[in-house]
Design a protein around this ligand. Structure first.
Ligand SMILES: [Zn+2]
Length: 496
């Protein structure tokens, strides 16, 4: 069904649907609304600031107590202005990193665990995914659709098939409205560079950011009504553009020939190249709008798409590949990241491992580079430069601790550990992540780092106690969560 007819009644009628059109006064109201949320966020931060939570713990508080306040409103109000989003981001970044420079970028923290993040909610992307949800609602409610398409471009339902760049939305819809936000959100997901022949043929000509006349996407209503919608409507069986006469006859159209050649001229060369090459037909093309309706995709799907970012893991794979002198595939890094959660129940240890993998732990080498310290020498031996690898592995002090660990585990549980740098960094003394020796590995690395921060020499007796405490802590959490069985499998051959 095409909703090209504008509903007339609505204009005088009351506003029933939230956020339909926002007049100046309402804009202010909206700002007030979001500012009130920001105030609430401040209160939550005040209440939680001094509790010394781990990185992971802090992110849980942000997601559960702070972002949720916004998310509730985003579902039915216009998108918050950029300054509100910026302020919010500043506040939570300050809270997470205790006012210091962030060690891991915000965009990395918003990723999934296996991509090196901690699922920190990205408000902007959350907003987009929730706005997109409205598009399928329009399909199911005619009254809602009547209102929505009044504010959307004349092309009606086909608007969701247009390959429009989000930056071009304000050119088409100059007035701010809830439905403009919905269209912008959709364009963030939908706009793509088409390289397959089938995809190009099924590109809508109108409101297409790859077909610009005077730098603007175009829409010729008369042409559209005659059935000229897709690029395939302009070409013959051999994918050559129709002549002007052929076009006029085929569609019974009476338009100046300049406007036809104007359109052909405006089609981006990339698209023309695909048509000319006739290669790479690609799969049968289904547009994103059809996919959404067919698969009944919800806002969660779109949020996951928005946060899909492969950069953090490829950065990590490259960095550690250089340091460990071997090629590390991205998949391996993803697996390691995923295993962190299984290795230990302690959020403090998990956060440490994540920071280690991101190379986001502070060493004297970095502090010296940043001109905060006068020397880059190791805190323990004061001989070599204190790099991450030196601190946890190469330093004689660290080596001594690892030797003691090896003997201790051998004597107590009769297990031989394969202690080498790679196994320490990736925390895999045992192949299965659910094994207490991996927790021991992580506890030791974290202990070495905390000794460095406190400027004390590591001591095996202390480390042993820390590890026994960790064992008790895990047992306590397991009992509380009713997961004692899993706990016992993990600590199977551990003898205190
Ligand atoms: Zn050293």
């Amino acid at each position: 069904m095409l909703y090209t007819q504008k509903p007339f009644k609505w204009v005088e009628g009351p506003i029933h649907v939230l956020g339909v059109d926002i007049t100046h006064d309402k804009q202010e109201l909206l700002a007030l609304n979001f500012n009130a949320v920001l105030k609430k966020v401040d209160n939550v931060i005040d209440a939680w600031n001094n509790r010394q939570l781990s990185l992971e713990g802090k992110i849980v508080t942000v997601n559960v107590l702070m972002s949720s306040q916004f998310v509730y409103k985003l579902a039915c109000l216009n998108s918050p202005a950029k300054d509100i989003c910026d302020k919010y981001r500043q506040k939570i970044t300050g809270y997470i990193w205790e006012g210091k420079t962030p060690k891991i970028a915000f965009s990395k923290l918003t990723c999934n665990r296996e991509q090196g993040g901690l699922k920190l909610v990205d408000l902007l992307k959350k907003d987009r995914s929730m706005k997109i949800k409205w598009i399928s609602r329009l399909k199911n409610s005619e009254s809602l659709a009547n209102i929505a398409y009044y504010f959307l471009p004349d092309i009606g339902e086909k608007v969701w098939e247009c390959n429009l760049h989000p930056n071009d939305v304000p050119i088409i819809l100059t007035k701010e409205s809830f439905w403009r936000d919905v269209l912008t959100a959709w364009c963030h997901h939908n706009y793509e560079c088409k390289t397959d022949l089938n995809a190009v043929l099924k590109s809508v000509i109108w409101f297409n950011s790859d077909i610009l006349v005077n730098r603007k996407p175009i829409f010729y209503k008369k042409w559209f009504q005659k059935g000229i919608v897709y690029i395939k409507d302009l070409v013959d069986d051999n994918y050559n553009f129709l002549t002007y006469n052929a076009l006029c006859i085929k569609y019974n159209l009476n338009v100046p020939f300049t406007s036809y050649w104007g359109i052909i001229d405006a089609i981006d060369n990339k698209l023309k190249g695909v048509l000319k090459g006739k290669i790479n037909p690609g799969k049968a093309y289904t547009c994103n709008y059809e996919k959404m309706l067919h698969k009944q995709l919800g806002s969660r799907f779109y949020y996951m798409e928005f946060i899909k970012d492969e950069q953090p893991t490829s950065d990590m794979a490259e960095k550690w590949g250089n340091m460990l002198n071997r090629n590390i595939p991205r998949d391996e890094i993803c697996k390691i990241l995923k295993n962190i959660k299984i290795t230990t129940l302690s959020t403090k240890l998990r956060s440490f491992q994540l920071r280690l993998l991101h190379c986001a732990i502070t060493t004297n080498e970095k502090l010296f580079k940043w001109k905060i310290l006068d020397s880059d020498k190791c805190t323990f031996c004061n001989i070599s430069v204190e790099t991450v690898i030196h601190l946890i592995w190469e330093c004689p002090v660290a080596k001594h601790i690892w030797n003691q660990i090896e003997t201790w585990v051998k004597n107590r549980s009769n297990r031989t550990l394969n202690i080498r740098l790679e196994n320490i960094v990736f925390c895999k003394f045992a192949p299965k992540p659910l094994d207490w020796v991996n927790t021991l590995c992580l506890t030791t690395t974290q202990y070495l780092y905390s000794c460095r921060c406190l400027k004390v020499i590591p001591n095996f007796a202390c480390l042993k106690q820390t590890f026994l405490d960790m064992h008790s802590l895990e047992k306590y959490i397991a009992i509380k969560n009713n997961k004692l069985k899993k706990h016992e499998i993990k600590w199977n051959n551990f003898k205190i």
